[in-house]
Every structure is written in structure tokens, then in C-alpha cells.
Design a protein around this ligand. Structure first.
Ligand SMILES: NC(=O)c1cnc(N)c2cc(Br)sc12
Length: 322
């Protein structure tokens, strides 16, 4: 029999459990460094569910028990993005990267560095937080209008429903399905006689578009965040600072980036990443090269379709698995 606990004691214990469980999730998902076993997490989670059942008025907005609602999603409302979600021009060889570098040099008035980042093969997402709380999530759509997938994003444990700082911001990244989860899901679907997904990207997209957040919660999706909207308003002056700031707020970022002085070094990074690619627990389809300094990004500007200050180097498509 669980010992009787009065309302005041329960309030203190609920507060403690929410802080502890959210810290454990931060360590597991944002830091990739869990400090407790899944069994210990589940034990504390069950204690929290019991207390919230006993005293529903004690349930907190950022309780991990509030991620997955019971209701099915009626449909996906349209959401107009605060600013256009970018697409990138592609490069397929060193010559095209060098041509990109020459174009940047022609436009840039100040000295700059490049940041090379992994190009995650998932689906783009924009998430708004108000005073630290997740309030809206939308798919990229056509870049200007996406679909509201807030209920499904809340069901992804790897995406915090409350940041570690009470900040109002918009962040953008890529939702992806880890390779291991993809293999497990397709095995289950095959055993159930269901169609299997062709690749992790399709599995992630299909999961985000399903109408039952409980299914989303079961699929172990993850996300990497790589864009902070209006970064200089948050005190970040470079892409590197923006990534580290988002990570400090509790968002999962990809730390495999490299700050590069000249285009010659980018090829070494690309060759390194191309070698690592098979062993990564997530799919990548290339490398994104960006001017690191936001002031220089503004000098270099945009074309109608895409930024002039960034380019995506695409790997050759992998041989189809026979
Ligand atoms: N690191 C990045 O900027 C990044 C990573 N992965 C992606 N699929 C994309 C897409 C755009 Br558009 S940017 C970007």
C-alpha cells in the first residue's frame, strides 16, 4: 500500500518529480548522456502519474505525463511561417563548392568563416516557444505555409515541451527516425503484414502525419535543431553561437559541426563525414556549408529561391540495399 500523502506533500513531490524527470530527459536526449536507467525513469514516471491521478489539480503544464493527449487529431491546420523556411542550392563536387566560395567573396564586405554541418535526412520542422513553453510546431510545407503538427511534436520525448530558459523564440530543425528505430519499426510492420517504410525519412514523415499522437510517441522520433530565428535578438552573432545557445536551452543539436577558415578545409570535413556516415545512428544526405557570421550573411544576401550564404553538398545516393 502506498503511504497516505497529503495535498501539500503531494504538491512538493510533484514539483520534484517533474524537475527530475525533465532533467533525465534532457540528459538522455539533448546531451546523449543518460544518468539513470530506463527502469528508474519509468518508476518515477509511474509515481508522478499516481500523484496526478490522486490530485489532478497538481498536474503541471510541463509534466512529462502531459505530452500525449487521448484525443485523435481531427486534421492538420495550415500555419503561415513567421519567415520563409529556406531551401538550399546544391553542390555535387569541389568545383561547385569553389564557385560558391567565389560568389560569397564577391558579395562579402567583411572577413568571415564557414560553418560545416551535417545535412540530416529527415523532415524540416519549425517550433515556437513562449516563455520557455512549446506552443506551436509546423512542418515546412512550401516554405511559407506548413501544417500544424503541435500535438504530434509534443509526443516526441526528445523535443522539450519546456526549455531550460523562459525564452520566447522560434527554432527550426529536422525531425528524424534513428536507423535502429527504423529497422525495429519495419520488422514489426512486416510481422503484422503491413507495408514497410522505404527509408527513415519516409517513416518519420508518415509518423508526423498520423492522427494518433500515441502512435507518434511509440515511434522513437528524434530531432536536431540548427536554425534560431532572429538569432541576434538572442545575442547570437554567429551560427556556431546560435547552435550552442539552442543546446543550452535544452534543444538537441548536432555537435559534429566544424568552423572552417577556407573552402580548402571543407573538402576534408566532407571526406571525414562521408567515411563516418555508415556508422552514424541517423541518416544524413550531405553537408551544409554556411557563412558563420550573421552580419556577413546579411551582406551576402539571398537569391529569389535560396540564401547566397549557404549551400548543401549532396552525397551520391547510397546504393539501394538489395
Ligand atoms: N545543419 C543544417 O543547416 C541543416 C541540416 N539538415 C538539413 N536537412 C538542413 C536543411 C536545410 Br534548408 S539547413 C539543414
Amino acid at each position: 500500500m502506498s503511504k497516505a500523502i497529503n495535498f501539500e506533500q503531494a504538491g512538493k513531490r510533484v514539483e520534484e518529480l517533474v524537475l527530475t524527470l525533465n532533467q533525465y530527459s534532457h540528459e538522455y536526449y539533448a546531451l546523449d548522456a543518460p544518468t539513470v536507467s530506463d527502469a528508474e525513469y519509468d518508476r518515477l514516471y509511474r509515481e508522478l502519474v499516481n500523484l496526478e491521478t490522486m490530485y489532478p489539480e497538481l498536474t503541471k503544464q510541463d509534466s512529462p505525463t502531459q505530452r500525449v493527449g487521448d484525443a485523435l487529431i481531427e486534421g492538420f491546420e495550415k500555419v503561415e511561417h513567421s519567415s520563409q523556411m529556406l531551401s538550399l542550392e546544391n553542390a555535387f563536387n569541389l568545383e561547385e563548392l569553389e564557385a560558391f566560395d567565389r560568389r560569397v567573396e564577391q558579395q562579402a564586405k567583411s572577413s568571415h568563416t564557414y560553418l560545416s554541418e551535417m545535412k540530416i535526412d529527415g523532415l524540416a520542422i519549425a517550433i515556437k516557444y513562449e516563455n520557455g513553453y512549446l506552443v506551436q510546431a509546423a512542418t515546412r510545407g512550401d516554405g511559407r505555409v506548413g501544417e500544424d503538427v503541435t500535438q504530434n511534436i509534443r509526443a516526441i520525448s526528445a523535443i522539450p515541451i519546456r526549455l531550460r530558459d523562459n525564452v520566447t523564440c522560434e527554432v527550426r530543425g529536422e525531425v528524424y527516425m534513428p536507423k535502429g528505430s527504423f529497422v525495429k519499426l519495419n520488422k514489426e510492420r512486416d510481422e503484422e503484414g503491413k507495408d514497410i517504410f522505404a527509408n527513415p525519412r519516409n517513416a518519420a514523415a508518415g509518423t508526423l502525419r498520423n492522427l494518433n499522437p500515441k502512435i507518434t510517441a511509440s515511434r522513437n522520433l528524434n530531432a536536431f535543431f540548427y536554425t534560431l530565428v532572429d538569432p541576434e535578438e538572442h545575442g547570437a552573432n554567429t551560427q556556431k553561437e546560435a547552435i550552442e545557445l539552442m543546446n543550452a536551452w535544452g534543444l538537441h543539436v548536432n555537435h559534429e559541426y566544424e568552423c572552417i577558415q577556407s573552402i580548402d578545409e571543407v573538402w576534408a570535413y566532407i571526406e571525414k563525414v562521408e567515411k563516418e556516415r555508415q556508422d552514424l545512428p541517423y541518416e544524413i544526405d550531405g553537408v551544409v556549408l554556411k557563412v558563420n557570421e550573421f552580419s556577413v550573411q546579411e551582406e551576402v544576401g539571398m537569391t529569389v529561391k535560396a540564401p547566397r550564404w549557404a549551400i548543401a553538398y549532396k552525397f551520391k545516393a547510397e546504393e539501394a540495399q538489395t
